[in-house]
Design a protein around this ligand. Structure first.
Ligand code: FAD
Length: 114
């Protein structure tokens, strides 16, 4: 698990939570800072994708590899966004507001396509 401080985490890496036939999901696999409010949803998504992966093959190792491949992009994105929101909230209000004015809408449009 990576270093974390109150309300901020650098986030652990999803594929660091596997060992043979064992795989971690949810916060144990990829805790992130709370800024996106996505931790509970991510844990449920993990469970669903892992169940689908296990149903699609008789090989546990293959299923776990499929699970990691399917989840990695989303987990990485949520961790990055969560960190970015935390960084933005730490900015002086004047700078934060001008960033939001210039980039807020485009950031939202990118986010809504994920
Ligand atoms: C204040 C706060 C607000 C949040 N708000 C949101 C939100 O708005 N939206 C959102 O999506 N997420 C939110 N989250 C994050 C969300 O709660 C977590 O991401 C989510 O609960 C992770 O689920 P999990 O099943 O991975 O882990 P957990 O919910 O932590 O479950 C792990 C379970 O394992 C048990 N356990 C631990 N060790 C052992 C052991 N040795 N033996 C047996 N059992 C054990 C624990 O008691 C616990 O019940 C918030 C979190 C906090 C703290």
């Amino acid at each position: 698990m990576s270093k974390s401080t109150a309300g901020q985490s650098n986030g652990s890496k999803l594929n660091g939570g596997t060992a043979g036939r064992v795989v971690l999901i949810g916060d144990a696999a990829h805790a992130s800072s709370p800024m996106m409010g996505q931790g509970g949803s991510m844990a449920m998504e993990d469970a669903l994708v892992l169940a689908e992966s296990l149903c699609s093959t008789r090989q546990a190792k293959t299923a776990i590899e499929m699970f990691v491949a399917r989840r990695k992009q989303r987990v990485d994105w949520v961790q990055q966004q969560s960190r970015a929101v935390g960084d933005m909230l730490g900015m002086p209000p004047g700078r934060r507001n001008s960033v939001l004015r210039e980039r807020g809408q485009s950031a939202f449009m990118v986010a809504s396509n994920r």
